[in-house]
Design a protein around this ligand. Structure first.
Ligand code: HH2
Length: 297
């Protein structure tokens, strides 16, 4: 197969009012408008700081800007009220849609009302770390707006989904796949188009380090569901445990390693704090893979 043929065969992700072709690795740059996120909490808590950060991520090559107003940090994330989350997220989404109309904005929320408000402001994707599990209205909101919908695997509530409380599996890859397929059935039943759906195994969510490694290694099996796979390994605990690097912001090289491996196994979307190194590493890794697919030069 030629490199052009590889690209031509690539799927596209239907994100409200357009598509994001998955003909190369796509990056979601993380914009945490929170005081308490595990690796950058408080850094971009004001609207202006969050917007400036997002503009920097776009300039560094982010394909999507993922705006979130509620942390799921492992050390007991405190759930945020709907009013507070709206107040954090909506002004940032509004400003990004105005300033960067060419970069799709995604909203990272488990609340249908927050998703609805962000989509009304021009966001094009909903990234739900509960895959629609925690708010029965979420899938219908995504369907009504025609939004792209990231269904991430997790168990439990916002407060404990990033702990090990529910980290019991028979076969972690099979169990995650089955639970995600259940979320897909619910989303499709609510009217979400198949082309709008992306699946994410939820690295570090109700998963010990070995289980996060297992789901990364299991990406080819996850791909068998027929939906694009997104991975969010950025700065996460398993990288700290593997490398001994305790400061989350210093886990950039480990993050790149995890994401390049995930790309080779079939993932096409990556949610990252550090866009510049991710862009460079994944584009080069992709060029190598495409050259291999093209056959002898
Ligand atoms: N991880 C986090 C948040 N949202 N969304 C998807 N789709 N995949 C992920 O792996 C994922 C996610 C947690 O990371 P972060 O936003 O940096 O931290 P916090 O939850 O503390 O704000």
């Amino acid at each position: 197969m030629t490199a052009d043929a590889v690209r031509a065969a690539a799927p596209v992700w239907a994100v409200r009012d357009g598509v994001l072709p998955l003909d190369r690795p796509r990056l979601l740059g993380i914009v945490n408008v929170t005081p308490d996120s595990f690796s950058d909490g408080g850094n971009f808590f004001s609207r202006d700081a969050a917007v400036a950060h997002a503009e920097r991520l776009a300039a560094e090559g982010a394909d999507v800007l993922d705006v979130g107003g509620e942390s799921t940090r492992p050390q007991g994330a405190e759930p945020v009220s709907e009013a507070e989350e709206l107040a954090r997220v909506v002004p940032v989404v509004r400003e990004l849609v105005r300033r960067l109309p060419q970069v799709p904005v995604s909203v990272d929320t488990v609340k249908a009302a927050v998703a609805d408000a962000a989509l009304a402001e021009g966001a094009r994707i909903v990234n739900d770390v509960s895959g629609g599990r925690l708010d029965a209205r979420m899938a219908a909101v995504c369907a009504r707006h025609g939004a792209g919908f990231v269904l991430m695997h997790s168990r439990g509530t916002v407060h404990d989904m990033a702990t090990y409380t529910y980290a019991e599996y028979d076969d972690v890859v099979a169990d995650v796949l089955a639970e995600l397929e259940g979320r897909v059935v619910a989303a499709r039943a609510a009217g979400v188009a198949a082309e709008a759906i992306v699946l994410d195994p939820g690295i570090g969510f109700s998963k010990r380090s070995a289980q996060s490694l297992a789901v990364l290694a299991g990406i080819p099996r996850l791909c068998s569901a027929g939906y694009p796979i997104l991975v969010g390994a950025s700065r996460k605990r398993f990288i700290g445990e593997l490398t001994g690097v305790e400061v989350a912001a210093e886990r950039v090289a480990g993050t790149v390693g995890a994401h390049v491996a995930a790309l080779m196994l079939g993932a096409r979307l990556f949610r990252v704090h550090d866009v510049r190194p991710a862009r460079q590493a994944l584009d080069v890794a992709w060029a190598v893979l495409a050259a291999g697919a093209a056959g002898p030069a």
